[in-house]
Design a protein. Structure first.
Length: 192
């Protein structure tokens, strides 16, 4: 992990020195995870803003490359901090209440599946249930869950990104998992 941090710091230094390939390597390595984090934080109602916010995040990374300190955080934690701030800024600009969305609303935003075999329909329905359940989590719990599950960040890195104690990050993750288990168990029993 430390070797990656050194390499990422070297890539940022090379980018600041004018090497276009250095930034491209970081972008290729982390863009997908960054986009998924933003998309999941936004939820279904604001999904169309994910690409713009991801682009804004990478612009901020480029402009603030000199401020990255591998001794303080991993590149992923630093990147996700910027992405999280951009997402919260979007909510503030849109004057969106940062609350859990209605589970039915999130599921309704997922396109209907095309006619297909039964397994594909069931798989798609389950995916919609999972997406709806994640989007129904309170924003802070959703963010911690997505950074842990999709972003691969440790609890220490998540605590740093969100500006809370490790125990707070751990409890948000625990509450998110419990709510997801409860929500998805309830969904499963209604389909049986």
């Amino acid at each position: 992990m430390e070797d990656d941090a050194v390499e990422e710091a070297d890539l940022l230094r090379a980018h600041r020195a004018g090497d276009p390939h250095a930034f491209a390597r970081l972008y290729d390595r982390y863009d997908r995870a960054c986009f998924h984090l933003i998309r999941r934080l936004l939820g279904g109602a604001h999904a169309d803003a994910a690409e713009d916010l991801c682009q804004e995040t990478w612009i901020a990374v480029s402009r603030n490359a000199a401020s990255f300190d591998p001794a303080k955080a991993s590149f992923a934690a630093w990147l996700f901090t910027i992405a999280r701030h951009k997402t919260f800024d979007h909510f503030r600009r849109q004057r969106v209440a940062i609350l859990a969305t209605e589970p039915g609303e999130a599921a309704a935003m997922v396109p209907d599946p095309q006619p297909s075999p039964l397994e594909q329909v069931q798989s798609r329905q389950r995916a919609e249930e999972i997406v709806a359940a994640v989007e129904a989590l309170p924003l802070e719990q959703r963010g911690v869950f997505v950074m842990f599950a999709d972003g691969g960040l440790s609890l220490e890195e998540i605590a740093e990104v969100t500006g809370v104690a490790v125990e707070t990050a751990k409890s948000r993750l625990r509450y998110a998992r419990a709510k997801l288990r409860q929500s998805l168990a309830g969904e499963r029993s209604t389909h049986v």
